[in-house]
Design a protein around this ligand. Structure first.
Ligand code: AGP
Length: 372
């Protein structure tokens, strides 16, 4: 009913709007004023976490994209080797797991069969399993050694939005917590990351307030057949997520690529007026990546692409090559997906509406996939 949708036309719009709160609720009580993480609820003893020598993340769909981003954060902040794998592929390749492997299973519903089967396989091999889950008492957390709940609240729309942002927050918390427990020597970078993570809800709110031009742009592209998405580093999984949202909601051909792969094939797809969304890393910090993506944007634009550029506010270097510029607030490099994904959600939702599609219940899809 309209009341359930809180005055919005679709659950998806309501859930997009709830993201600042979902993010804040997921952080609540987990970082104290000194920037110390307390995840006592994660009932894996510190002694076990100190022995972990490998992390494997398993998930499907949007949760898998959160896991891909988590890999960057975990390896950078803890120096523990981490791989992220599609749950549906994981157990069929005879993965190498033992008592010192920590498997992280990410699932909004907690009922995804592929993810459940992957975690069962991991436990059989002796690995410890930590679930990151949004649904209290669901099967995946019940069968795991420990759980860190995301506090997104119920997500009704089939296309995942607020659950994704809270999965990212939970992944960052786990990464930082592992670093803390293991006594990783951190410089100022991590302290400022913790501070900025605590305040990230405000930045998500800022993004939401500036979405009207994104909606107008989406409507103008309603008759297109294809949209490509490019990113590098943590922007690459964001590109994959933007493409997945568009497939699910707009039923358009959408593909995400690592921008560095362009010249290894995908650039052949570029033709006049093809919309290409590019997620640009911050020009501060790791500026090598930033400069490389600016060249990528120039390359595709020279071949006729219509460039839709998501970049940090004040990034003047990309402006000349952006046919459409979507500005997002500055964040630490690893946290950018929390703000960069939001315009892509709005973009896909508006395109679906413009194409007359059912936003909350896309064709052929179920909210949770409980068969393999
Ligand atoms: C996302 O928009 C999808 N509907 C889908 O990819 C989803 O993320 C995936 O099925 C995993 O679901 P889960 O988080 O409930 O395990």
């Amino acid at each position: 009913s309209a009341a359930e949708k809180g005055g919005y036309d679709y659950f998806m719009l309501k859930e997009i709007a709830e993201q600042p709160k979902a993010v804040a609720d997921t952080l609540l009580g987990r970082i104290d004023a000194q920037g110390t993480l307390s995840l006592d609820e994660v009932r894996i003893p510190a002694s076990v976490l100190r022995e972990v020598d490998k992390i494997v993340i398993v998930a499907c769909g949007t949760a898998y994209h959160a896991g891909m981003i988590a890999k960057y954060a975990i390896e950078h902040w803890t120096r523990i080797p981490c791989e992220t794998e599609l749950a549906s592929e994981f157990r069929y390749r005879d993965p190498i797991l033992d008592q010192r492997t920590l498997v992280i299973a990410i699932s909004q519903s907690g009922e995804t069969m592929d993810t459940l089967m992957a975690l069962r396989h991991a436990r059989e091999q002796g690995a410890k399993v930590l679930a990151i889950c949004n649904t209290n008492g669901s099967t995946i957390p019940r069968e795991s050694d420990a759980v860190l709940y995301t506090h997104a609240g119920p997500e009704v729309a089939v296309a995942s939005t607020k659950a994704f942002l809270t999965q990212l927050v939970a992944c960052y918390l786990v990464a930082l917590y592992l670093g803390q427990v293991r006594g990783t020597k951190w410089g100022d970078e991590v302290h400022s990351v913790v501070r900025e993570l605590s305040a990230i809800g405000t930045q998500v709110e800022e993004v939401l307030e500036t979405m009207e031009p994104v909606r107008a742009l989406a409507r103008s592209l309603a008759a297109k057949n294809t949209v490509l998405f490019l990113g590098r580093h943590v922007g690459y999984p964001v590109a994959l997520e933007g493409a997945l949202k568009l497939k699910e909601l707009a039923y358009m051909h959408a593909e995400g690529f690592a921008a560095g792969e362009l010249k290894h094939g995908p650039i052949a797809l570029i033709e006049k007026d093809l919309p290409v969304v590019v997620v640009v890393p911050s020009p501060r910090g790791r500026s090598v990546l930033h400069d490389k993506i600016v060249s990528n944007i120039q390359e595709i634009r020279a071949r006729g692409a219509r460039t839709i550029v998501i970049a940090e506010r004040g990034d003047e270097a990309v402006r000349p090559y952006a046919d459409h510029l979507i500005e997002i607030p500055a964040t630490p490099v690893l946290l950018q997906p929390l703000v960069a994904t939001v315009p892509l959600q709005v973009f896909a939702c508006e395109l679906a509406t413009a194409r007359g599609n059912e936003v909350d219940q896309p064709r052929n899809l179920a909210k949770s996939v409980t068969v393999e």
